[in-house]
Design a protein around this ligand. Structure first.
Ligand SMILES: Nc1ncnc2c1ncn2[C@@H]1O[C@H](COP(=O)(O)OP(=O)(O)OP(=O)(O)O)[C@@H](O)[C@H]1O
Ligand SMILES: [Mg+2]
Length: 317
């Protein structure tokens, strides 16, 4: 196998977020409430993952679409700031950058208003598959939102990624069983499937954790790593390895991008060759740091910082 140019290729959902904290309620009429903090962040299951991974030292390429608008300018600038390769980022004429207004409550929960935008329109052509998968880990983040790629096109690209020796990871944006065909299309080529438990349940129609993992193993996934919010994460591999690890005991500021930061942490762990339990702990450490600041990846600094956090922070009981 030839050496890869990148450690991590992160493709899919890349958004601009504007966040405010603490949100209590929409003011009546045309009123105004004062809040303490407003910030911006690149978000999405591919965007957060790309920047958080780059902060932790992975040579990272982002693949996705943004519009020729101010949000797109800013997203591109941020990717450059963290030395994420943008050769495969597309500016889509006539489209807006996928964007959210996120209103984060004092408890860290974050109701949002989202505009779908260019994530739904970018494509990777067959002749660019080799370039897109020129990475040790190929991550498809935001299956269900990539309207022009979801289904057969993503399946072909993921098959190519496997055939060219990538480790593949998949995260999704799924609210119901209607999203299952798009997810199903890529599962046979997925090494690590990393949805939230809510999404796994919505797709499978099953409640029990192990029933959910079996559902996805039967569809071709080698390893399910479900995130359980404040309850941690659950790992289930077809080799029989199964375990659950609690979340870190932190003061939560904003949980926006926690699952996406988990994807980045897991990719770092794969590149470092960590064992499964350390990988899940490291991924959760990345999520926990993400959750202590406002806006995706806010408090993720570096590999050493995340490792030290993992070693020194207690987990929840
Ligand atoms: N309240 C919390 N306290 C501590 N850790 C948390 C909390 N919420 C989330 N996490 C951490 O973040 C990880 C991922 O969170 P979660 O399951 O909420 O992802 P998600 O729903 O996919 O999020 P996203 O919207 O980013 O996709 C968890 O496994 C956990 O380690
Ligand atoms: Mg998620």
């Amino acid at each position: 196998m030839t050496a890869k140019s990148f450690d991590y290729a992160s493709m899919g959902f890349i958004t601009f977020d504007c966040l405010g904290w603490p949100f209590t309620a929409v003011p009546p009429g045309g009123g105004c409430y004062m809040i303490d903090e407003i910030t911006m962040a690149v978000s999405g299951a591919a965007g957060v993952a790309a920047i958080a991974a780059a902060k932790m030292g992975l040579r990272t390429r982002a693949i996705g679409g943004v519009g020729p608008d101010l949000m797109g300018d800013w997203v591109m600038q941020r990717l450059h700031d963290f030395k994420v390769d943008t050769a495969m980022m597309q500016r889509k004429p006539g489209w807006k950058t996928s964007s959210s207004i996120v209103t984060t409550r004092a408890d860290g929960s974050r109701p949002a208003l989202h505009m779908k935008g260019a994530t739904g329109t970018f494509t990777v052509a067959r002749e660019d598959f080799a370039k897109a998968t020129d990475a040790t880990v190929f991550h498809l983040g935001g299956v269900g939102l990539m309207d022009a790629m979801d289904g057969e096109a993503n399946a072909r690209l993921m098959r190519h990624a496997k055939e060219s020796g990538c480790i593949t990871t998949v995260d999704i944006f799924a609210g119901s069983a209607d999203d299952l065909p798009d997810v199903d299309a890529v599962l046979p080529y997925t090494d690590y499937f990393m949805p939230s438990i809510e999404e796994a349940r919505a797709l499978s129609g099953l409640e029990d954790l192990e029933d959910c993992t079996k559902f996805f193993h039967d569809r071709g996934v080698a390893c399910c790593v479900f995130t359980l919010g404040g309850d941690g994460a659950y790992y289930s591999h077809t080799d029989g390895t199964r375990f659950r690890i609690p979340a870190f005991d932190i003061q939560v500021k904003c949980t926006c991008g926690c699952g996406d930061a988990f994807d980045a942490g897991y990719a770092v762990a794969l590149c470092k060759g960590f064992d499964p339990e350390t990988s899940v702990r490291f991924a959760q450490a990345t999520s926990a740091l993400n959750a202590t600041g406002l806006g995706s990846q806010a408090s993720v600094e570096s590999f050493e910082h995340t490792l030290n956090f993992m070693k020194t922070t207690p987990t929840r009981r």
